[in-house]
Design a binder for this molecule. Structure first.
Ligand code: LLP
Length: 385
């Protein structure tokens, strides 16, 4: 076990649970993304929903990357943390008038629109302000991402996106909408995708659709392929950075861009998941009849992924070098699903030991709740502890 990555002695006086962010790893990840995309017509819009901690947002914004927002408040937060409006894409099936107006007021890069009524309402709101809204049509490519069904989004039965048979009608609506400018097409097939062949299927679909638009004489400067690149939750120490090289190479190989076209990505998890760990303290070690329970002071309110998606997170006892022992690691919340892991091999634990729940930087802190009147988890950063 590599315990060295955690400054355990600095953790000792801190109140738990808290999120700990390894800022060097975040910067290394951002450097990698920059290296793999520079000198290409590729643009990154970081998916704010994965982690909206201001320190994290400021770091990502400082690299010049754009933002992918799914609410008006995310747009405001992105702006406050240094993302520039002309890099903000705004997605979501249920944008309210208030939220669309926030986007219009700040002249954001693009609205990813998902339905006919949305186009009509956006056109009206833009007209009222004497503005033109740039839009990309979020098209449902019906590509199976082979991931957990809660985070698969590109299939026909999902609520997201416009079905292909509705495209002619939506183009008619756009043609009649003086304050809408169609600039591109958008897709997102799902999240935590580790079988990259799903992205090849997406490229094939995107190329077909591009051809369809070409035949109608419609130029699309923007192709947005969404996010979804998965990370290795099993081996956070061995594979701390996602395979961005293969990912970007795949799009370069399978999606032939036309002149003046740019390719946009909305990566969330792969950017921030590895750098975050949820640090908790052992409250009790409880001997069951056949099991040992490690009861910690973090719960599903701090990190809901295991309870909601049966997601695996690697866990380490960072206070002990004792012999490896299987524990069910559970939280204090009054729900049977408040379990972080079953039969996890940890160094023998005692009350007070600190444990690290790894790869929790994405959809961890951002999805925390106050159920059971619990406070939201704090956050600490490797460069300011
Ligand atoms: N673009 C769109 C339109 C999205 O819906 C999402 C994520 C992303 C980009 C970013 O995807 P990523 O690169 O992070 O895979 N809470 C779940 C994940 C939900 C993902 C929702 N959409 C989890 O904890 O696994």
């Amino acid at each position: 076990m590599i315990k060295g990555i955690f400054p355990v002695e600095k953790f000792s006086p801190l109140e738990t649970p808290f999120y700990y962010y390894d800022m060097d790893l975040l910067r290394e990840t951002l450097d990698t993304i920059r290296k793999e995309t520079e000198n290409k017509p590729f643009h990154i819009h970081y998916a704010i929903k994965a982690n909206h901690n201001p320190r994290i947002l400021k770091e990502i914004a400082s690299y010049g990357f754009g933002a992918d927002c799914v609410s008006g408040n995310e747009i405001l937060k992105a702006l406050a943390c240094g993302f520039s409006p002309e890099t903000i894409a705004f997605a979501g099936v249920g944008k309210t008038d208030r939220e669309m107006n926030i986007g219009l007021d700040h002249d954001i890069f693009c609205f990813n629109v998902e339905s006919k009524p949305e186009v009509k309402i956006l056109n009206g709101l833009a007209a009222a302000k004497g503005k033109t809204a740039r839009v990309a049509l979020r098209i449902n490519p019906n590509v199976d991402a082979h991931t957990h069904h809660y985070i698969t989004t590109g299939l026909n039965e999902n609520k997201f996106g416009i079905n292909q048979q509705d495209l002619p009608e939506i183009l008619e609506i756009i043609a009649e909408s003086a304050n809408i400018k169609l600039i591109g097409i958008h897709f997102h097939i799902g999240s935590q995708i580790t079988d990259l062949s799903a992205f090849e299927d997406l490229c094939v679909k995107a190329a077909e659709l591009q051809e369809w638009f070409n035949e109608k004489g419609i130029r699309l400067p923007v192709i947005n392929v969404g996010g979804g690149l998965g990370i290795n939750y099993q081996h956070p120490n061995h594979c701390p950075i996602a395979d961005f090289e293969s990912y970007f190479r795949l799009f370069e190989k399978y999606l032939k861009l036309q002149e003046d076209q740019s390719l946009h990505f909305e990566l969330g998890r792969s950017v921030v998941a590895p750098c975050g760990s949820l640090i908790a303290r052992t409250v009790f070690v409880k001997e069951g009849l056949q099991k040992k329970f490690l009861i910690v002071d973090a719960g599903m309110t701090d990190l809901i992924r295991p309870a909601l998606y049966q997601a695996f997170h690697h866990i380490e006892n960072i206070s002990s070098d004792g012999e490896y022992t299987p524990y069910d690691v559970v939280g204090p919340i009054c729900e049977s699903s408040d379990v972080f892991a079953k039969e996890m091999m940890l160094n023998r634990a005692e009350r007070g030991d600190l444990i690290a729940i790894r790869s929790a930087g994405a959809y961890g802190e951002a999805m925390a709740s106050q159920y059971n009147c619990r406070p939201l988890p704090a956050s600490h950063f490797s460069d300011s502890l």
